[in-house]
Design a protein around this ligand. Structure first.
Ligand SMILES: [Zn+2]
Length: 228
């Protein structure tokens, strides 16, 4: 990401290796045909004559790996190829010492591991947060409805808490603890679990009608729980 702005690299003298498009022969040893060459005063040189043949090619594409490999490599070169279509040289990657590449790969892997561990920590912290949130809510429900069975309070908190916790902000959490909101959540639970509401819905009654039919019963139970 930030690597894209490393202009310093290109202004600094760097060894440029060209990916050959045509046949060529080495100005020093007379050999030729390799895919990579460097330009010398005398003409093209093969990597052997240019003392670069021990380097390995790392294709462009992974900015962090490239940066690390180049940094770890005592000797490195940038590989370019002329694009006939764009009429300019384009970077293909770099040549670095094999050991440097291996070290860079290990560092990037360690980063990936660290990131995975970080995500795991975040996830478990969120779970702990959710549980604490739910426990708080159970307490609040029981405070408002002392007669509400504990497992029912836990169920309501689980359902409501799942929506009110986690990444949702504090205001949403605050709303979730609002007595009115909690009352509505408990009422919904009573409606579904302690009345014939669900069956009425299943029988084709619309929601408003079904609610009206069970309203008195819901209120009676809430009152009973509230005054226990
Ligand atoms: Zn040569």
């Amino acid at each position: 990401m930030a690597e894209g702005n490393r202009k310093r690299q290109s202004s600094k003298s760097e060894i440029v290796v060209v990916s050959a498009l045509k046949d060529w022969s080495c100005a020093e040893c007379g050999g030729g045909g390799g895919s990579l060459l460097t330009m010398d005063d005398r003409g093209p040189l093969c990597l052997g004559c240019a003392d670069l043949s021990h380097l390995v090619f790392l294709p462009a594409g992974d900015a962090a790996l490239t940066r690390r490999a180049r940094k770890a490599s005592g000797l490195s070169a940038v590989v370019v190829r002329f694009s006939r279509a764009r009429k300019r040289y384009e970077r293909q990657g770099i040549l670095v010492e094999e050991e440097a590449l291996e070290r860079a790969e290990a560092e990037c892997l360690a980063d990936a591991d660290a990131r995975a561990r970080h995500r795991e920590r975040e996830r478990s912290r969120r779970t702990e947060h959710d549980l604490a949130f739910q426990a708080e809510m159970v307490k609040e429900i029981v405070r408002l409805f002392p007669g509400c069975p504990r497992d029912r309070a836990e169920e309501v908190a689980r359902h409501t808490g799942a929506r009110g916790s986690g990444r949702v902000g504090r205001s949403a959490a605050g709303r979730a603890f609002d007595p009115k909101a909690l009352g509505l959540a408990v009422a919904a639970s009573v409606r579904h679990r302690d009345t014939g509401y669900d069956e009425l819905l299943m029988s084709g009654l619309d929601r408003a009608e079904a609610r009206l039919l069970v309203r008195d019963e819901v209120e009676r139970i809430l009152e009973e729980w509230g005054n226990a």
